[in-house]
Write a new protein. Structure first.
Length: 395
């Protein structure tokens, strides 16, 4: 999940947090809205294929399920008296037609799919909670409240009631029966751990600095990696829940992470959003020294946080990345660049680019075919409250 609702935030905060989160239509190829372009240095590829559907307002994270032969996507709904409610939508993976929906009592943003248990965990960013959905029945199995409300100073310095932490991404650890979520705060972010068997909050691991956003899991090694917006990388033991390491890394805004089990490398975007730099300074980190210009992807050694490789993205504002180890591809969405870019997983050589106005957001992989699904959010020039899109990309 990579954006938060703008109406809840001031202009500056909305600019920073827009980068954080993140009816059945007729099938459309949308040639004017989704144009694949071939980088000059890339080798010859099969003809790229793009299917795009305008689905619902407020689309955020999505997940492809081969077991259920569906793409699940969260619609947070709209705001206002006649605005549509939040729903979990089920799409046909080929046509992207809406096959069904599950109403959500709390607005859905983040998502984690557990095919073995037949569950979807929906992150309720506004309510600082997680809703657990049974896929077969569509019933809510439970709601796990995460952060508590506290009295804290707002942006104007006045005391107000708000949740101690906000949440965006969810990572499922099936081996240990846990769900991990970074809780964002301007001074003391934390990692929240939910027991997925008991459906209750198990532990909160504090001390993760300014706005912890990125998270990835190394299942084989049993390590959880968390990054924040002051260039730090944390390692947590997935079994003992002990915070083991903290590394200073050579980038400023590691918004999202992806771990490649084959190469044992940790990938990150370095977003380069000026609003984050301003927020960091307002949070009291006035002596922070910038470590890069952003607008790039990097590879890190998770053992020590060292920088292994760096590659600029063609579009500005990279948001989410996804590693396809089987095909040696790294997929990246760029919010301001209005594109999805594909790089060679090992060399970072550009392979493909899909132009997808206005703001490509989240990604999910069909590991069997190599197709990738993405949500595309509206921009300021799109009609207010209009449906946002899901796309299916392949080449």
């Amino acid at each position: 999940m990579n954006t938060l609702p703008h109406r809840l935030l001031s202009t500056a905060a909305a600019a920073a947090l827009a980068a954080l989160l993140a009816g059945c239509a007729h099938q459309a190829q949308a040639p004017d809205a989704a144009k694949p372009s071939q980088p000059a240095k890339a080798s010859a590829q099969a003809q790229p294929q793009v299917v795009r559907q305008a689905i619902a307002p407020g689309l955020y994270e999505l997940a492809y399920s081969p077991k259920f032969n569906a793409v699940f996507v969260n619609s947070s709904g709209g705001f206002g008296k006649d605005a549509p409610a939040s729903r979990l939508l089920r799409l046909d993976p080929q046509s992207l037609a809406v096959l069904g929906e599950i109403p959500l009592q709390r607005r859905g943003f983040g998502m984690a799919l557990d095919e073995d248990a037949g569950r979807i965990y929906v992150g309720n960013t506004i309510d600082s909670s997680v809703t657990v959905i049974d896929i077969a029945s569509g019933k809510t199995l439970g709601v796990v409240q995460l952060a508590k409300k506290v009295q804290a100073p707002g942006r104007d310095g006045k005391m107000q009631e708000r949740y101690e932490h906000r949440f965006r991404q969810l990572v499922l650890d099936k081996a240990n029966g846990r769900l991990f979520m970074p809780g964002m705060d301007s001074k003391n972010s934390a990692l929240y751990v939910v027991d997925t068997r008991a459906l209750k909050l198990e532990k909160v691991i504090p001390g993760m600095g300014f706005t912890a956003t990125g998270i990835a899991l190394d299942e084989a090694a049993g390590k959880v990696y968390v990054s924040n917006q002051q260039g730090q990388l944390f390692t947590v033991d997935a079994r003992t829940l002990k915070l083991e390491k903290k590394h200073e890394i050579a980038l400023d805004q590691p918004l999202n992470l992806a771990f490649d089990a084959k190469s044992k490398r940790l990938f990150a975007v370095d977003q380069g959003l000026e609003a984050f730099n301003q927020s960091r300074e307002r949070a009291g980190l006035k002596d922070y020294v910038s470590r890069g210009r952003g607008d790039r992807i990097v590879a890190l050694d998770p053992k020590n946080g060292s920088l292994l490789a760096s590659q600029p993205t063609q579009g500005k504002g990279p948001v989410t990345l996804l590693a396809d180890a089987e095909r040696g591809r790294l997929w990246v969405t760029t919010r301001e660049g209005a594109s999805v870019e594909v790089f060679h997983l090992k060399t970072f050589q550009p392979l493909q680019r899909f132009d997808l106005p206005s703001h490509p957001n989240s990604l999910s992989l069909d590991a069997q075919t190599g197709a990738v699904y993405a949500t595309v959010k509206n921009g300021k020039n799109d009609a207010k409250g209009s449906n946002e899109s899901v796309v299916r990309l392949s080449f």
